[in-house]
Design a protein around this ligand. Structure first.
Ligand SMILES: [Zn+2]
Length: 173
């Protein structure tokens, strides 16, 4: 089992390696047709005083459903133009509509953050700008994410959250 050492992490707020364990809480998570109770650990920054939850990449803050389920429904609606009524096997239509709306509200900011990171790290912005205009929201998101390369994650949205929350703590999918 992988053991996470808070001392090896940077505080997302002030970027200092000053995190210490700060308790835990239990929360439920629905993934597919099953609901689990998981433990989420918290850390506190000794430098700025902020606290942070250490979420696995398959959980988005304040979401009851696992991110791979959300991603499947959102991508089916936005990329494959499947009606919201048929986008998810597990959730009702109003929940899927909320997911799609939330993605549309946040995606341009997330694309901007991913693009900014790609410019700073790899000078890769030109590729996104050249191809972005003819793509739908989902394809633009994937194009921006691809600028930073691939990595092991539970979903594309989970990977994006890893990238953007390593840079700031305000936006996530
Ligand atoms: Zn801090």
């Amino acid at each position: 089992m992988y053991k996470l050492d808070p001392a090896t992490l940077l505080c997302p707020a002030c970027q200092t390696p000053s995190l210490v364990r700060h308790g835990a809480y239990r929360r439920s998570l629905t993934w597919g047709c099953e609901t689990f109770v998981i433990t989420v650990y918290r850390v506190k920054c000794c430098h700025c005083g902020r606290t942070h939850a250490i979420l696995p990449d398959f959980i988005a803050p304040y979401r009851h459903y696992a991110l791979p389920d959300i991603e499947e429904a959102v991508s089916r609606v936005l990329d494959r133009t499947i009606p919201v009524e048929k986008a998810s096997k597990y959730c009702d239509v109003s929940t899927v509509k909320r997911w799609v709306y939330a993605f549309k509200v946040k995606v341009n900011t997330v694309i901007g953050l991913l693009n900014s990171m790609a410019i700073r790290l790899y000078d890769r912005a030109a590729r996104l700008i050249a191809t972005g205009s003819s793509l739908n929201h989902w394809q633009q998101f994937l194009a921006a994410l691809s600028l930073l390369g691939s990595s092991a994650a539970s979903s594309e949205m989970g990977l994006a959250n890893i990238y953007v929350t390593s840079d700031q703590t305000i936006v996530f999918l």
